[in-house]
Design a protein around this ligand. Structure first.
Ligand code: GLU
Length: 448
């Protein structure tokens, strides 16, 4: 990465000093600051008003104890987090992650990314994120419910339709949002649909929210292909992960004529040259909550590989949809060697800085998560719109809105990259376009 502008390196030094040991947060910050050099030159008013320094410090950070009783009667203690990062554009908005790796640094990296992602959607939402080190793997339904109730017993006082609106992320899907919403309703005695998104369709949720992140990432890639006068027809695609984002990215790729040849989970990856059978993946992952390795028991055309990287499978387009820093420089080299020409991040920050550098050097089009995976949170904002007007839209209408939003994000990133002297650079385009909208709002609202 090029050297930081002097005023930005001061900000970065302050971030390192105030947030020791939070590697993922540092990584997310330097990635944005690395794009802002031309912006601080053109707009000294941002640094003069301390906008970037203020942006790097969360408005509020909440850490709390979550005590609950497991099926064998033992008291369990987890840690809960909510980082309310920036509310210049609207109420804090962002998911909750339940995973043993969750700590304050991870939540801060996710919350920081969320500010720019949410800004790019063009919807009135600020940035936040939360979660817990609770591991839902192997837990019974009853344990998950009691955990969610205990978590909400503290969180409820910090959230609300006009304050902070959580949703899902890794480990938090429809089931967990149901238990969380139930407890919020019970404690507050209010049917406040707008306090959480990702709800079930029957009780205030939006059509297509479940599909939105994966579909949105594929819509973004479709725009890139369209500008090359190309399409998904005949393309080989590799997706990592097999959770919510991965499954619906694979579904849309297949619908648009591409062939998904591989996907993965923490147990390894499967390759199916005939194209991944999505009904089977959904049955294994969504219904049985089992391992992807079971896939090969049902499909003779497939094989399972352990202890190696899914990125060794050659493809035209790669969509990492698992987790942060899952794709490193060696993986990038495999992808480039295999002829990959587009990488779009379905997860948050799945590519390491070294991998991104390799893609840029090799001329691979790279789309960062804050642009490529913004369809999920954008559809959450559509859910909030429907809740506010007590309305519910059809699947088709919602999908049309999502496609429009993703086209808008693509165009804004591309135009901004051109304007600031980095044509074709979606990292610069996303960071600068996302930043300017928040920075202008912060300037307007004064030093708060
Ligand atoms: N967790 C998702 C994200 O990373 C969705 C957040 C939301 O819908 O609020 O953007």
């Amino acid at each position: 990465m090029a050297r930081l502008h002097e005023r930005l390196s001061e900000v970065y030094a302050e971030v390192l000093d105030r947030n020791p040991g939070e590697g993922e947060f540092h990584q997310a910050v330097i990635e944005v600051l690395g794009s802002l050099g031309p912006v601080v030159v053109k707009h000294p008013e941002y640094t003069d008003a301390g906008v970037i320094r203020r942006l790097c410090e969360p408005e509020r950070q909440i850490i709390f104890r979550v005590p609950w009783v497991d099926d064998s009667g033992r008291v369990q203690i987890n840690r809960g987090f909510r980082v309310e990062f920036n509310s210049a554009l609207g109420p804090y908005k962002g998911g909750l992650r339940f995973h043993p790796s969750v700590n304050v640094g991870i939540v801060k990296f996710l919350g920081f990314e969320q500010i720019f992602k949410n800004s790019l959607t063009g919807m009135p939402i600020g940035g936040g994120k939360g979660g817990s080190d609770f591991d839902p793997k192997g837990r019974s339904d009853g344990e998950v419910m009691r955990f969610c109730q205990a978590f909400m017993t503290e969180l409820y006082r910090h959230i609300g339709e006009y304050t902070d609106v959580p949703a899902g992320d890794i480990g938090v899907g429809g089931r967990e949002i149901g238990y969380l919403f139930g407890q919020y309703k019970r404690i507050t005695n209010r049917y406040e649909s707008g306090a959480l998104t990702g709800k079930g369709i029957a009780w205030g949720g939006s059509q297509m929210r479940r599909e939105a992140t994966g579909y949105g990432a594929v819509f973004f890639v479709r725009e890139i292909l369209r500008n090359r006068r190309d399409s998904f027809e005949g393309k080989r695609v590799v997706v990592s992960g097999s959770g919510n984002v991965a499954i619906y990215a694979m579904e849309k790729v297949t619908e648009l004529g591409g062939t998904v040849v591989a996907c993965s989970d923490s147990s390894g990856f499967i390759v199916d040259e005939k194209g991944v059978d999505l009904d089977l993946v959904k049955e294994i992952k969504e219904v049985r909550r089992a391992r992807i390795s079971e896939y090969v028991d049902y499909r003779g055309t497939a094989h399972h590989v352990e202890d190696r990287s899914v990125w060794e499978v050659g493809c035209d387009i790669a969509v990492p949809c698992a987790t942060q820093n899952e794709l490193d420089a060696a993986d990038a080299a495999s992808l480039i060697g295999g002829g990959c020409s587009i990488v779009a991040e379905g997860a948050n920050m799945p590519c390491t800085p070294e991998a991104i550098g390799s893609f840029t050097d090799a001329g691979v089009t790279f789309v960062p998560g804050k642009a490529a995976n913004a369809g999920g949170v954008a559809t959450s904002a559509l859910e909030m719109q429907q809740n506010a007007s007590r309305d519910s839209w059809t699947f088709e209408h919602t999908e049309e809105r999502l496609a429009e939003i993703m086209r808008g994000i693509h165009d804004r990133c591309a135009e901004t990259a051109d304007e600031y002297g980095s044509p074709g650079d979606f990292v610069a385009g996303a960071n600068i376009a996302g930043f300017i909208q928040v920075a202008d709002a912060m300037l307007a609202l004064g030093v708060i």
